[in-house]
Design a protein around this ligand. Structure first.
Ligand code: ADP
Ligand code: 5GP
Length: 203
């Protein structure tokens, strides 16, 4: 028996407080599942050591960001921890039209805006095991100065309050367990009939 399968791309929104492990989980998913592509956001934040333009973010000036915003180039955008971030509409639409699943690593303001406007999406909120562990992770990551870390920790509680808007939640305590939970969500969502259209042949 031959079965033809047509798949429709999934828009997977990952969000949660800074330092919970979103980037780590997103990288693991992109590295292990070729059907996923990461949506590289635009930001006015300065690059951290090791971050590459066009890979981690498109790093732009305030002027360039304002131009993109005025031209309607963003699917969503938000000011997060004092910096501007936005998802470019065109690459996301192009990837989804090509049949890829697209991953957005975006803050709750942006996530809720996508959820309010997109016809179809999967949303996952990543939680830390505790606020104390979140603090440890932000310090251990060693990418932000103490003032920036405090700002991110102060914002975390407000962000966690938005959890009810999401379809799924994962506590990222043990990384491998959290990743297997994310994979389980992705697998189930891939087989929803709105995305999975098998055609059974006559023979
Ligand atoms: P986010 O993208 O949410 O800001 P990161 O993916 O950068 O967070 O993770 C923050 C830090 O925590 C990184 O140093 C990362 O290696 C570490 N980390 C991620 N997941 C875990 C985990 N389950 N246990 C311990 N450390 C983790
Ligand atoms: P960071 O500065 O640590 O890379 O990211 C800070 C926060 O901005 C994280 O919560 C991240 O998910 C969010 N973020 C990154 N890109 C975007 C984006 O394009 N839009 C929105 N709304 N948030 C983003």
């Amino acid at each position: 028996m031959a079965v033809t399968i047509k798949r429709t791309g999934m828009l997977l929104i990952i969000s949660g407080p800074s330092g919970t492990g979103k980037g780590t989980l997103v990288k693991k998913l992109v590295d292990s599942d070729p059907s996923f592509r990461f949506s590289c956001s635009v930001t006015t934040r300065k690059p951290r050591t090791g971050e590459m333009d066009g890979v981690h973010y498109h790093f732009v000036s305030e002027e360039e960001y304002a131009r993109l915003l005025a031209d309607g180039e963003f699917l969503e955008n938000a000011t997060v921890h004092g910096h501007n971030y936005g998802t470019l509409r065109q690459p996301v639409e192009q990837l989804m039209e090509s049949g890829y699943n697209v991953l957005l690593d975006i803050d709750p303001q942006g996530a809720i805006s996508v959820m309010d406007n997109a016809a179809d999406y999967v949303s996952v909120f990543i939680l830390p095991p505790s606020y104390a562990e979140l603090r440890v992770r932000l310090h251990t990551r060693n990418t932000d100065d103490p003032v920036e870390i405090e700002r991110r920790l102060n914002n975390a509680r407000g962000e966690v309050n938005r959890i009810d808007r999401y379809q799924y939640a994962i506590i990222n305590d043990n990384l491998e367990l959290a990743f297997s939970q994310l994979q389980a969500i992705v697998t189930a969502e891939k087989y929803r009939t709105k995305r999975y259209k098998p055609t059974i042949s006559e023979t």
